[in-house]
Design a protein around this ligand. Structure first.
Ligand SMILES: Cc1cc2nc3c(=O)[nH]c(=O)nc-3n(C[C@H](O)[C@H](O)[C@H](O)COP(=O)(O)O)c2cc1C
Length: 319
């Protein structure tokens, strides 16, 4: 029997905050799990910072599980963070082996660590001996080249990793360039842990093509596709959509704005987070560049509200 598709919402620094997860999950269906952006610079043995505690506010949002993520090459740091997450009631911790930015990767962290299988092995050995919370990984096919992954396969297979999400690019490719689906197919057949596919599923059409190619991969992590089209998970799963998408999307974006105003005590800087999100959401409209330009120039709450109203009046949704 064909398994039901599972959809995970990918993490995005400064966009997928607890507030975003909370409001998103009130308005849209179809997501099974959401991941926090990565936490880093955790001091083993010390209390978590207030900022981190705030960012770890909810273990679930409207019944959707939230999974914290750590970026680290230090086993003690990961173990300490895992213990904190477990105490807070989280059901899983995710390890970031995918961050492509040179300032991270050059320090043997994120996707940069994929070039050092012995180090990955040492960390997994220590971590899996100490932590009780299920541990998952989000990674790339390698940093410089996909050959790096060949050495990681027996290592990953040696430990009880709950799930491995693979963004089917190398770190060097950042977020562009060809996805390597052939190599991904190769890996799927060799890894023992359940595999989650990630990369460039932006539409229902992309999903159908993926499914035709990989009928045996039923779990996907979607990032930019959901940011651009928040209805995408429901569309993929064939769930009921609101009769009129535009007012529904408007309600979501307005409530996200009010929630940020409340959370940030009306600090104007909250507009930056919203503008960052609009770099993706603008693509839901028929003239994305114009839409984004309207939002980008807003320097006050009134200007932002007027711009959002104008966008919803003047442009058509294409999703
Ligand atoms: C601005 C930005 C921030 C991101 N932050 C994170 C992060 O904190 N942790 C992580 O694992 N991936 C992060 N990612 C990667 C996404 O989660 C996702 O893996 C990537 O966009 C590929 O999926 P997509 O093609 O569905 O968007 C980030 C990507 C972007 C563009």
């Amino acid at each position: 029997m064909k398994q039901e598709v599972q959809i995970y919402f990918a993490p995005f620094q400064s966009i997928t905050t607890p507030t975003f997860h909370n409001i998103y999950s009130q308005y849209f269906k179809g997501v099974d799990k959401m991941f926090t952006p990565f936490f880093s610079n955790i001091k083993a043995g010390e209390k978590l910072s207030l900022k981190d505690i705030k960012a770890l506010k909810n273990q679930k949002e409207n019944n959707i599980e939230v999974v914290p993520q750590i970026l680290s090459k230090d086993a003690d740091e990961i173990i300490w963070f895992a213990q904190n997450c477990q105490q807070m009631g989280f059901k899983e911790l995710n390890w970031n082996l995918g961050c492509p930015y040179p300032q991270v990767a050059n320090k043997k962290s994120g996707s940069g660590l994929l070039q050092y299988p012995n180090l990955v092995n040492d960390i997994l050995q220590k971590v899996s001996a100490e932590i009780k919370i299920p541990f998952s990984i989000k990674c790339r096919l390698g940093y410089e080249s996909k050959n790096e992954f060949d050495e990681l396969i027996p290592i990953f297979n040696h430990y009880p990793i709950k799930e491995i999400t693979i963004h089917a690019r190398t770190g060097k490719q950042m977020y562009g360039g060809e996805i390597n689906r052939e190599y991904f197919a190769d890996i799927v057949s060799q890894i023992n842990s359940p595999i989650i596919y990630n990369g460039d599923i932006f539409s229902l059409d992309d999903f159908i093509k993926f499914q035709n190619h990989f009928p045996y991969v039923n779990s996907l992590m979607l990032g930019r596709g959901i940011l651009k089209n928040p209805f995408l998970p429901a569309k993929i799963k064939g769930l009921d959509l609101p009769v009129d998408l535009k007012p529904h999307l408007k309600l979501f974006i307005d409530n996200l704005y009010y929630a940020y105003r409340k959370e940030k005590n009306n600090q104007l800087s909250l507009l930056s987070a919203l503008k960052e999100y609009w770099t993706y959401l603008a693509n839901a409209f028929d003239e994305p560049n114009r839409v984004y330009r309207k939002l980008k120039k807003c320097k006050s709450f009134d200007a932002y509200e007027d711009a959002v109203n104008a966008v919803f009046e003047e442009y058509n949704l294409t999703v």
